[in-house]
Design a protein around this ligand. Structure first.
Ligand code: ACO
Length: 371
């Protein structure tokens, strides 16, 4: 039996949802190049593609947007629960709990199938997060129904209580496309493992959120922002990063298990970060710091930024508070997770690998009285 720590290089299953091929230009969702999807489509089209297998036509897209819009309402019992969850909780804990609670209030059933649940979670994660965030900070109980017809526009509108700038809205929309799917990453694999036991949809997504929360995975976008904000100038950043590397610290937002030379998603989001950063002095300063960190990491460690690094600047420039960065990743990746749960169910065999035993040699039990 073959063994690789962290399952590196191990093919753990089949998928028709996305394909990573660094040599052939990066990442494709159901055969479509990701950079082309970012140029020519919107997040809702990509969500539809991942869940239903084809890009929607005009009528399908309009109907899908309306479906998602109608699903933004939260059950009253969930709103009450959100009011009870502490203000100090991390928003990721809040999304994890909300998913689990929805699985109790409105469980999967023949009347509420897996597509209905996937769409409800996709439509209502922004509602859960913003309802809780605004209730605990402004004391307002927001009406989560209706609003802008794109998830990106709706999120920014509700968060800032005003119509978003179009460049900001589109930047967030593109970031949601980039975050939507990435084959057998840790959180998706978690969802597939749970689905493979024939467990319910909400359990699989709840587990995936838990896996995404860690700083080696989705939590890196928040850590990257904290890193960028630590330095006022590029020179300060260079000195700080050199010191961190000397201390053998990991620099969040750099490196990747699968990509060896560059993360193709980073090139796209970096251009959006540059565009948004150019709109203000503070943005230009942040971008200069980030570019210097990138240069030092390339020079010293031959490491490149992953999607999380420049996404942090995009979100910060959109005025999004840092604790909401990883939840935005959830709002997008729930599409990929859902597609994978459905795919796992359709070709299921329980995922149960083996382990290499490293414990004590066989030994006899000493009776309790003599231990
Ligand atoms: N900073 C400093 N050194 C690094 C970094 C980093 N960000 N990433 C890798 N390295 C070094 C390691 O220290 C190790 O060096 P060594 O061989 O001298 O000990 C070598 O590169 C290999 O690193 P591993 O951690 O073994 O690589 P692995 O494939 O297991 O991990 C991971 C990949 C988790 C992404 C890693 O690069 C990392 O921790 N990066 C920072 C966290 C991060 O940005 N995560 C986001 C991932 S992308 C996403 O979720 C969208």
């Amino acid at each position: 039996m073959s063994y690789a720590k962290g399952l590196e290089g191990i093919i753990a299953g089949e998928t028709a949802i996305s394909q990573i091929n660094e040599e052939a230009g990066g990442l494709r969702y159901r055969g479509y190049a990701l950079n082309e999807l970012c140029e020519k489509s919107t997040f809702e089209e990509v969500a539809f593609l991942l869940l239903y297998g084809h890009l929607p036509n005009r009528a399908e897209l309009a109907a899908y947007r309306q479906t998602l819009l109608n699903l933004r309402a939260l059950p009253e019992r969930l709103r009450l629960l959100l009011e009870q969850l502490p203000k100090e909780a991390h928003p990721m804990d809040l999304l994890r709990t909300s998913t689990s609670a929805l699985g109790c209030f409105e469980p999967e059933s023949p009347q509420r199938d897996q597509y209905a649940i996937a769409n409800q979670l996709l439509a209502s994660f922004a509602s859960c997060m913003l309802y809780w965030w605004i209730f605990h900070r402004d004391g307002r109980r927001i009406d989560t129904r209706g609003g802008d017809d794109t998830i990106a526009g709706h999120f920014l509108h509700v968060l800032h209580n005003k119509t978003p700038d179009e460049t900001h809205r589109r930047a967030l929309d593109v970031s949601l496309i980039l975050y939507a799917e990435h084959e057998f990453n840790a959180s998706t694999f978690t969802a597939r493992v749970i689905a493979s036991t024939l467990s319910d949809f909400h359990s699989a997504i709840t587990g995936a959120i838990g896996a995404l929360r860690g700083p080696l995975h989705g939590g890196a976008n928040e850590a990257a922002m904290e890193l960028i904000q630590r330095y006022r100038t590029p020179d300060e950043a260079e000195a700080g990063i050199l010191q961190s590397l000397k201390n053998k610290e990991k620099i969040m937002g750099f490196g990747h298990r699968v990509y060896k030379h560059s993360d193709p998603r980073s090139d796209v989001i970096k251009e959006w970060a540059r565009k948004l950063a150019a709109m203000s002095e503070e943005g230009q300063r942040q971008f200069a710091v980030a570019e210097r960190i990138e240069a030092v990491m390339r020079r010293e460690k031959n490491l490149f930024p992953n999607l999380d690094f420049y996404s942090a600047i995009v979100y910060n420039r959109c005025g999004i508070p840092t604790p909401l960065f990883t939840p935005l990743f959830v709002m997008s990746r729930v599409t990929g997770w859902s597609a994978h749960i459905m795919e796992q169910r359709a070709q299921n065999r329980i995922i149960r690998p083996s382990s290499e035993y490293t414990g004590p040699a066989p030994r006899a039990i000493i009776p309790l009285a003599q231990r």
